[in-house]
Design a protein around this ligand. Structure first.
Ligand SMILES: [Zn+2]
Ligand SMILES: [Zn+2]
Ligand SMILES: [Zn+2]
Length: 238
């Protein structure tokens, strides 16, 4: 039985596809772009906890300078920056440290990997593995996997549903435990500060609604999205 790598479309035994989707060479590229992404997020995350303070101080300076028409624009930009910074605080897997850990696991498993040879479950050495965990990269059988349904794009307007053996039980629990909703409070605090100033200097109310409502929706959607991610993982019953 062979399965396709979703990136290079070459055939592999499923026990050597990482997260049920990628061959070893392709996963190296996946990790490389993940690392780049987490570095950018990490920059914004580094000052996330003081974003409400900066929101307050700069708003005050804008008003003192008599430029209150600038307030909505500043609010929009700042809430956006704050949302980017919130990501790694809410999703512990999206940090450079975590990606580096996965890279080390990858190199470890690459040493043991023999192309063309079937890999067996890390816990059940007599069972053929059905995939490799996306974080520890070890091979596992059905019983040891958390699955999730994802949609894979196929052509510009079509996609198909794919059942992905995503993480082993240990890494899957780690993934779930690292998703936290509370850090969104810092963004909400910034939003509160902006609303306070807008109420006292309401010279751009329509503009405020048009620009800020979509951002407020994002502020609500972000934690819901993370809760959804956490709830998506399931085990197969026997
Ligand atoms: Zn590939
Ligand atoms: Zn794992
Ligand atoms: Zn097993």
């Amino acid at each position: 039985m062979a399965a396709l790598c979703q990136k290079c479309n070459k055939e592999f035994h499923p026990s050597n596809l990482i997260a049920g989707m990628f061959c070893f060479p392709c996963y190296k590229k996946v990790l490389k772009s993940a690392k780049r992404g987490t570095k950018i997020l990490g920059f914004f995350a580094s000052f996330y906890l003081i974003t409400p303070i900066i929101a307050g101080i700069v708003s005050l300076l804008i008003i003192l300078a008599g430029l209150s028409w600038l307030l909505t624009l500043y609010a929009a930009i700042w809430i956006f920056i704050s949302l980017i910074g919130a990501f790694p605080h809410m999703h512990g897997v999206m940090t450079p440290k975590k990606v580096e850990e996965t890279e080390r696991n990858y190199e470890d498993q690459l040493q043991k990997y023999i192309p063309g040879k079937i890999s067996y479950c890390h816990y059940h050495p007599t069972r053929e593995a059905i995939g490799r965990c996306g974080m520890c990269i070890k091979p596992f059988c059905t019983e040891d996997f958390y699955f999730q349904r994802i949609r894979i794009p196929k052509g510009p307007y079509r996609s198909y549903s794919f059942e992905q053996p995503a993480y082993c039980l240990k890494c899957g629990d780690d993934f779930k435990n690292n998703i936290k909703i509370s850090p969104i409070l810092f963004t909400l605090l910034s939003v509160g500060i902006f609303l306070f100033f807008e109420l006292f200097y309401p010279d751009s109310s329509l503009y405020t609604i048009v620009v800020l409502i979509p951002l407020f929706i994002c502020v609500v959607a972000l934690p819901l999205g993370f809760l959804y991610l956490r709830g998506k993982l399931y085990r197969k019953s026997f």
